[in-house]
Design a protein. Structure first.
Length: 209
């Protein structure tokens, strides 16, 4: 159980870190464009700002399936794709959310077709993603209390059984009479009601956050 919780927390932390790194990438690209960098040299320069996760042969940078291991290799792949006349980020699915890379590619195409300043588009996209991150963190904070209550309610029946065993009561004797079944049914009903209540609290917190 602890291992599963640890993996869940680790995966959540990794997603948040990747989202923050992607937003930083957009801001770096916008700043370089405003400083006079051309689109032809942009991705190579950005790749140099991000560490490589491992050594990847150059012949794999222009493969059909883009890498998703790290920003460095994705940007190197984008550089090669652009030189070959292909969309730099078409088909990129990571690191981070695939939808974010699709939006980045859409910004490039909009800037090329409509003549909109790419630096402005990237800056606005970074602002929108940052607002989404803030809203997500606010929802997480708002629902932390109800979720803790739900976990507490789930553990109370087991805690009650444990206390009865410590006190010397026998579960078999307890369930052999009608009183025991009444207590068991009441406890199950209260647990179910508590779960429904906490779920309602979580929904309310998510809607208001």
């Amino acid at each position: 159980m602890r291992g599963a919780v640890g993996r869940l927390i680790g995966a959540r932390g990794r997603r948040e870190r990747e989202a923050e790194e992607f937003i930083a990438l957009l801001r770096q690209a916008s700043a370089l464009l405003q400083a006079g960098r051309g689109i032809g040299e942009l991705w190579a320069e950005l790749a140099g700002l991000h560490p490589s996760c491992a050594v990847m042969p150059a012949e794999l940078w222009d493969r059909a399936e883009p890498p998703r291991c790290c920003l460095h290799h994705v940007l190197r792949h984008a550089e090669v794709s652009q030189r070959l006349g292909a969309p730099p980020f078409r088909g990129v699915t990571g690191p981070g959310r695939a939808e974010a890379w699709e939006q980045l590619q859409a910004c490039l195409e909009l800037a090329a077709r409509a003549g909109v300043a790419l630096a402005v588009l990237l800056s606005r996209m970074a602002d929108a993603l940052e607002d989404g991150q803030d809203a997500h963190q606010a929802r997480e904070a708002a629902t932390a209390g109800p979720r803790s209550t739900a976990r507490l309610l789930m553990g109370m029946p087991l805690a009650g059984v444990g206390l009865s065993l410590v006190a010397g009561a026998s579960a078999t004797e307890l369930l052999s009479g009608p009183l025991g079944w009444i207590v068991l049914s009441t406890g199950a009903a209260l647990t179910l009601a508590g779960q429904m209540w906490t779920r309602a609290l979580i929904r309310t917190a998510e809607e208001t956050a």
